[in-house]
Design a protein around this ligand. Structure first.
Ligand code: HEM
Length: 387
């Protein structure tokens, strides 16, 4: 008989994935899970099975498909119907049209050109913290504004509007938001971005949105959806990695400056654990389990990234480890478009933070730090520090 467990599960602390994941990896087949909205999905926990799900053409990323999962009790993820150009939810061949139109903006070489602006953003935030005294909240004063400013710079979005897109993004990625709140947040974001794209089509600047409009391979409506996806994907995930990564380094100062820190923070924390939702569109076998067409699937990134078969001593934070390919950015055709930018931002953030504030330490007991259990993306709500 198939076992059914409840999902989502809570993390036991600030770093480790839910305890249940180890058992899910070890048992044969897959586990069926009951979601808060009453629907059921298959949970996929082993590294090789997660990669199999994310590369199988019989499995779709489209919320328009019957049986696509919704993790929260209310609301759904934005659909390509509501937001044309929301290409993370497109399947082949349509998906490739968007990747092709955008990939040139995110190559290693193009992202390296952003090193100066990223460095200046990081430095300006640290200057402001130093000017304000000897304490700060590393989430609101540093971890969030750095990626927010950088994604604004890349897209050509005025940073002074950050409150608007940060608060609406939080509504969209919080499970407890109601349908009405989600619809309102989506509409407000669409109105905002629609106006911005309209202005840029008349007065182009040196930014991604203006370049996409000039190339003309995507329609202005599609560019609105793309810009919205990049704006949302571009700040919250990175912010949570920077804040939690800084906490890990304050607690493990022996690793500060190690070249493997960024990759290990991404693997170890796997904050975007439940981002890649899928549904089978044909019967398919994964991990020895038959999944029927129309059944939802949740590939658990954090479970895969803590699989001993791929990472020896997976439960240890060990930046000097070698081997193993984490799936913190997903895998297959939807693998994170912004990953080189993330690496640049995290590298600059950790390096400069600990160089300029060598006495950086926690200003509250670690076990009292408030965490986000109610969201698609795991993270800290605040991180009080002093130096
Ligand atoms: C630490 C930070 C980040 C993490 C952990 C992360 C994680 C992910 C994951 C797991 C996916 C796969 C989703 C799926 O398969 O359904 C994804 C896709 C995506 N990410 Fe990221 N992401 C991060 C930052 C960023 C940034 C900074 C940007 C933009 C500048 C970005 C843009 C995207 C886009 C556009 C996709 C969809 C790609 C596609 O469907 O082809 N992400 N990300």
């Amino acid at each position: 008989m198939t076992e059914t467990i409840e999902f989502p599960r809570r993390r036991p602390g600030q770093f480790s994935p839910p305890d249940e994941y180890a058992r899910l990896r070890e048992r044969p087949g897959l586990v069926r899970s009951a979601l808060p909205n009453g629907s059921t999905v298959w949970l996929v926990a082993r590294h090789e099975d997660v990669r199999a799900v994310l590369t199988d053409r019989r499995i779709s990323a489209s919320p328009l498909r019957e049986g696509f999962p919704t993790i929260g009790a209310n609301g759904t993820v934005p659909s390509p119907e509501a937001i044309p150009g929301w290409f993370v939810a497109y399947d082949p061949p349509e998906h490739a049209r968007f990747r092709k139109a955008l990939v040139q903006e995110f190559t290693v070489r193009r992202i390296a050109e952003l090193k100066g602006p990223v460095q200046r953003t990081v430095s300006a935030r640290i200057d402001a913290m130093l000017d304000a005294g000897r304490t700060a909240d590393l989430v609101s004063d540093f971890a969030l504004p750095v990626p927010s400013t950088v994604i604004c710079h890349l897209l050509g979005v005025p940073y002074h509007d950050h409150e608007l897109f940060e608060t609406r993004t939080r509504t969209l990625v919080t499970f407890t938001s109601t349908d009405a709140q989600r619809t309102l947040a989506t509409n407000e974001l669409l109105v905002y971005i629609g106006k911005l794209v309209a202005v840029k089509s008349r007065f182009p600047g040196n930014d991604l949105i203006s370049r996409a409009l000039a190339r003309g391979t995507l329609t202005p409506r599609e560019i609105e959806g793309v810009a919205l996806l990049l704006l949302i994907a571009g700040h919250e995930t990175t912010a949570n990695n920077i804040a939690l990564g800084a906490l890990l380094l304050m607690q493990n100062p022996q690793w500060i400056g190690n070249a493997g820190v960024v990759e290990e923070v991404l693997r170890y924390l796997s904050v975007a654990d439940r981002v890649a939702l899928r549904v089978a569109i044909e019967d398919v076998e994964i991990g020895g389990q038959l999944i029927r067409a129309g059944e939802g699937i949740v590939p658990l990134g954090a479970a895969a990234n803590h699989d001993e078969k791929e990472f020896a001593g997976a439960a240890e934070f060990c930046p000097s480890r070698s081997g193993g390919h984490h799936v913190a950015f997903g895998f297959g055709i939807h693998q994170c478009l912004g990953q080189h930018l993330v690496r640049l931002e995290m590298t600059e953030a950790f390096t400069t933070l600990f160089e300029r504030l060598p006495g950086l330490r926690l200003d509250r007991p670690a076990e009292e730090l408030p965490v986000k259990h109610d969201g698609v993306i795991f993270g800290l709500r605040s991180l009080p520090v002093r130096w």
